[in-house]
Design a protein around this ligand. Sequence first.
Ligand code: SF4
Length: 394
Amino acid sequence: MELLNTLVEKGLRRELPTREEALAVLATSDDDLLDVVAAAGKVRRQWFGRRVKLNYLVNLKSGLCPEDCSYCSQRLGSKAEILKYTWLKPEDASRAAAAGVAGGAKRVCLVASGRGPTDRDVERVSETISAIKEQNEGVEVCACLGLLTDGQAGRLREAGADAYNHNLNTSEATYGDICTTHDFGDRVETVRQAQAAGMSACSGLIAGMGESDADLVDVVFALRELDPDSVPVNFLIPFEGTPLAKEWNLTPQRALRILAMTRFVCPDVEVRLAGGREVHLRSMQPLALHLVNSLFLGDYLTSEGQAGKDDLAMIADAGFEVEGTDTTTLPGHRVQGGVCGDGGCGDAEAGGCHSSGEVPEQAASSDGAPSDEVRRGLVSVRRRGAGTELPPNA
Ligand code: SF4
């Protein structure tokens, strides 16, 4: 297909595709899906080989957020029966992080619900970063604390944060449909503050919220302009008790096309398979490894993911390898002097949500989509790890 040849050539040259080309990827047919994956896979291998970076989420503070992001189980008025707790102590957060590192993660993503941190919160997180770095040599730490105010990014950087995550989530034109308590511009500003403070920026999207193809292309192009080092691609987890609980409009094939389009637009950036992979890709997850070079190990913020050992087996079975701490994730031309320059980070404070649990046996309806019962079973609220007495999934 001429389109795919053009996109591969551009990706290998780090050249931006046109909007029309990006839209055309989303419009390809299921018959062309493997060709799309193979083409984007060439770009992925050019910049990242067959390496997969593992990241591990630690939810420092869960639930009770005053913001109204409609996709989030921690939002104002959420009826989702998630774990709710206030700030984890540094030693507890460090213990949770150590489990992820022992499981193969090279980055720990510290996430807290809320509009943004107070200066006292930044101090708390700084203590937590110190505790994690003392006990886990060589680990990278990403903070995901919401909107930052003046000076906070610099203080987090001084405390040892390698990266900061804040997702754009959706296009600027539709941002008001998913959130009314802050806007797209607020999010862009926080990513810029993190970059200006010398942290590696992580910013991504959530697909499956009812957006159009044009919205998806808009948000990925906005991300490319912002130039984060890593782009987590989340697929909406429709939590019961949130306004988007009924938004089940992704298929595994569409999820793969979205990942391929993101890879073509951001060829040399760490593209991370984030929340919702088990829910929407299901048994097609291994194909996504040809498109992304990073994923979250284990559980998400408020929902449970596939068992960590199954993630590792999936990576090995698909012929990929877990990236070691002695390898720099990003290609040399993207690594900034002195700063980690290495992509990565949490599935966003947006992450207030994301992910699933064990994938139940499929009971497909006649159109191939999972039945309502199976859909409900795909979303499993987190009941273990941080904030509980039970061991984490790593
Ligand atoms: S995404 Fe973040 S700011 Fe929005 S409701 Fe969830 S925790 Fe709050």
